[in-house]
Design a protein around this ligand. Structure first.
Ligand code: NAP
Length: 320
């Protein structure tokens, strides 16, 4: 048996309940993990409210990424009991134990704690996929939310590939953007962001803008693009972006894409390597992992998800 946090029906966090469920027998190729920390992601709020483009039948166990210790292995698994591992994109992770395919977990480097490793997988998978979307080597790109979980990882990956990154954050968080490897950081609270980006690019604009914010930033994002540049939207942090008006793309003959991670990987077998790259960067440069906004025991999972809805600065963790 394991203890889990479940969304019982569509709606607010009052619909989250903690209960018990059967774990099932460990199959060949699987590992049993004692979960130390679960990272919460904004998409879980959308899924639980039932108003996301992807629908999940209720009730369902929450959680999609985490870190813990292998406590038993199925037939044919070479990982040893006691190995510290983390994972992303494994649904129903929000519990004290998890049965996972051994091929989907990645060993945590010694230098990283469980809390640190639990913040990496989804950010690393998303950032690695996003970095495939538009050819950018030697060019410039803007990253919104650059001090956020995905943002920091994306800045680091792009910078490593020779992209001149202009990262946008607020207040003192701009220092995190520079720590992650951005060429310039713009404080979105200190004036017109578009003007700041244009001045950093000699008025030319950038080849790509990565925008997870949506409604609040859509117009500014289009305005920062150089001719034939691409707006890559991958989230709705402030609400859905408006309908596209094709005439808005005419000035620069611009491109827009709505990122769907599934279309940018060959399959889930790619995830562990993507997570491994993220962990290696995080072990090398502490600036690549976001802050912790809150840490809750499993019994208080509903409070953790309520905190996630306030868009806190940093990751919310559930620590069973
Ligand atoms: N499509 C995918 O596969 C995928 C995967 C993972 C995440 N996402 C999406 O990516 C987004 C970010 O996720 P995350 O985990 O990185 O969140 P996060 O760590 O909370 O980062 C988001 C950051 O955005 C900034 N922000 C908030 N409101 C803003 C606004 N109105 N204008 C400009 N910036 C604002 C904040 O930083 P500052 O205050 O410092 O600017 C905040 O820290 C979410 O929308 C999520 O759904 C998509």
């Amino acid at each position: 048996m394991r203890r889990v946090a479940r969304a019982m029906r569509a709606g607010g966090t009052e619909n989250i309940e903690v209960g018990t469920e059967e774990l099932g027998r460990l199959q060949a190729g699987q590992v049993l993990v004692q979960v130390a920390a679960v990272g919460l992601n904004p998409v879980e709020t959308l899924l639980r409210r039932g108003d996301y483009v992807v629908k999940v039948p209720f009730p369902f166990v929450l959680g999609g990424e985490g870190a813990g210790t292998v406590s038993a292995v199925g037939e044919g698994v070479s990982l040893e009991v006691g190995t510290r591992v983390c994972w992303g994109a494994i649904p129903a992770s929000c519990g004290d134990y998890l049965v996972a395919p051994a091929a989907m977990v990645t060993t945590i480097p010694e230098r990283l704690s469980f809390d640190e490793a639990a913040r990496v997988p989804v950010a690393a998978i998303t950032a690695a996929g996003l970095a495939r979307v538009w050819p950018l080597e030697g060019r410039r790109a803007v990253v919104w939310g650059a001090a956020g979980a995905v943002g920091q990882m994306l800045v680091a990956i792009l910078a490593r590939r020779g992209v001149g990154v202009i990262g946008i954050a607020s207040g003192t968080r701009v220092s995190r953007v520079l720590d992650a490897g951005a060429q310039f950081a713009v404080d979105r609270g200190a004036g017109d962001v578009r003007e700041a980006v244009m001045s950093h690019t000699g008025g030319k604009g950038v080849a790509a803008v990565y925008d997870p914010i949506g409604k609040d930033t859509y117009t500014a994002s289009l305005g920062m693009l150089a001719p034939r540049g691409c707006l890559i939207t991958y989230g709705e942090f402030s609400g859905a972006a408006p309908e596209i008006a094709l005439q808005d793309l005419f000035r620069g003959s611009l491109f827009i894409t709505k990122y769907n991670g599934v279309r940018w990987v060959e399959g889930m077998h790619e995830f562990p390597a993507m997570v491994g790259e993220g962990l290696a960067m995080a072990a090398e440069k502490p600036g690549v992992i976001g802050e912790v906004a809150g840490r809750f025991q499993l019994e208080r999972a509903a409070e953790a998800y309520a905190m996630l809805e306030t868009n806190p600065n940093g990751k919310v963790l559930v620590a069973p």
